[in-house]
Ligand binder design. Structure first.
Ligand SMILES: [Cu+2]
Length: 468
């Protein structure tokens, strides 16, 4: 059982600010004071391993909500409220979230725990919380109008249920869902197994990534909530590259990544350098005999996939959504393809009329990263991120898996860039190039302008065809 002192210690270790003078345990009948997070940095799991019943998860650019014990209930207090979230350095967004951040804090409990969640609504409209994937009494499922009254502004509602099965769950409003999810209201819930489970491995690192998306016009700060598919910011835990923390591993660590998708499209998540297995879905752990190796897993809307691998190759490995428009930041999709178009002359003429005119894309779009085109305030370039060898030319759903032999167990600090051993890196060839030999083939005759196929006309008649 956690005492009051331990509760405060957890908050302090989590680097969080407690709103109010102290945690109100004088009256356990009252509400636990909400803990508010002001930073969008990744908060290392609290180091209470000796007393903890599980290996805590790490929510990238997020944190875990402290709780208090009240009898045999773990009590949490979520506050639904408008927040300002830093999506990446240089870009803030006006979102709605929980306890100071979007996504809300991760809730971590153990199978069999009795959980009581207080939800206080500080939004300008009503809300509710649906506990996506949980086994619970119908009246606790959180669909406003169907299972409960909506929680009006200023009201506090209480949810109580037993965390029946181990797994990875999500929470989000089920009231004016389109608006509230487009504004960033969502969070993770992890239920750890009570005892050893034949299908759940012990891991050294356990990461949580919630896929979410926003449509924010460059220069503005509030998402367009009516957008259905054409979002321009593809985020992990409401962060975009280069704002997303790297995933750190010690060489040979067993790493689990829990990835939930609350966007409006699917995301094929791809990891370089290793092969992984999907060890769990929304429905729980998968049977070991049902697993196979992959390097990309497509995560559909409303789904969660839990992937696991041994980080046995040192390096800085890219990890990203494989839809190439999702590993980019805000971009216009109405730009024509200019590859191969010679702009010389034309651009000079246009510049006389539009002094800031800039030619884009005649050699591909990589120039974008070098351009010093003036950007509006509060946005970041479409392709960006400085690596040790230049621009990484990425954005959105992109991060780096950093595997190091000398990373201490449980240490999540960024080790810096990987130094490739001599002879183990692509290098420039500086010798003579041989003459290109051209094969003088005719190519596919169907594609040439003058087909060399002899044509014959014939008439086909359907079986049993009778002229009337
Ligand atoms: Cu994607």
């Amino acid at each position: 059982m956690k005492s009051r002192r331990e509760f405060i210690k957890m908050s302090a270790l989590a680097g969080t600010a407690i709103a109010g003078a102290s945690v109100a345990t004088s009256s356990l009948a009252g509400l636990p004071e909400p803990v508010i997070q002001t930073s969008s940095e990744t908060i290392s799991p609290n180091k209470l391993k000796e007393t903890s019943e599980y290996n805590p998860v790490v929510t990238l650019n997020g944190w875990t909500l402290p709780y208090r014990m009240n009898g045999n209930f773990k009590e949490f207090h979520l506050v639904a409220e408008p927040v300002v979230r830093e999506l990446a350095p240089g870009m803030n967004a006006n979102l709605w979230g929980y306890n100071g951040q979007s996504p809300g804090p991760t809730i971590e409990v153990v199978e069999g725990d009795n959980v009581r969640i207080f939800l206080t609504n500080k939004l300008p409209e009503h809300t509710s919380i649906h506990w996506h994937g949980q086994r619970l009494p119908n009246g606790m499922d959180g669909v406003a109008g169907l299972n409960q009254l909506a929680v009006s502004p200023g009201k506090t509602f209480v949810y109580e249920f037993k965390a029946k099965r181990p797994g990875t769950f999500m929470y989000h409003p089920h009231a004016d869902e389109m608006t509230q999810m487009a504004m960033g209201m969502m969070g993770f819930w992890v239920t750890h197994p009570k005892k050893e489970h034949p299908w759940i491995s012990k891991v050294d690192r356990d990461y949580c990534i919630l896929l979410n998306a926003f449509d924010i016009v460059p220069g503005s700060e509030t998402p367009k909530i009516m957008t259905m598919l054409d979002f321009n910011l593809w985020a992990w835990n409401s962060r975009i590259f280069p704002g997303i923390s790297p995933l750190i591993a010690r060489k040979n660590d067993r790493v689990r990544v829990r990835i939930g998708n609350l966007t409006m499209t699917n995301h094929p998540i791809h990891v370089h350098g290793i092969e992984f297995e999907v060890t769990g879905t929304d429905g729980g752990p998968t049977r070991p005999e049902s697993r196979w190796k992959e390097v990309t897993s497509d995560i559909a809307v409303g789904q969660m996939r839990q992937i696991e691998f041994i980080a046995d190759e040192e390096g800085d490995w890219a990890m990203h959504c494989h839809k190439s428009h999702h590993s980019m930041n805000a971009m216009g999709h109405n730009v024509p393809t200019m590859i191969g178009v010679d702009h010389r002359g034309v651009s000079e003429k246009i510049k006389k009329l539009v002094p800031d005119y800039m030619v884009m894309g005649e050699r591909g779009m990589a120039d974008m990263t070098e351009m010093t085109m003036p950007l509006p305030d509060n946005t970041i370039p479409m392709m960006t991120g400085d690596g040790p060898y230049g621009s990484v030319e990425m954005g959105g759903m992109f991060s780096i898996l950093k595997v190091r032999a000398d990373q201490a167990p449980g240490d999540y600090t960024d080790p810096g860039w990987f130094k490739n051993p001599i002879g183990k890196q692509a290098y420039e060839y500086k010798g003579e190039l041989p003459k290109m030999s051209k094969i003088n083939g005719t190519g596919n005759p169907l594609m040439s302008s003058k087909p060399k196929i002899k044509t014959t006309q014939f008439t086909a008649v359907k079986p049993n065809y009778r002229k009337s």
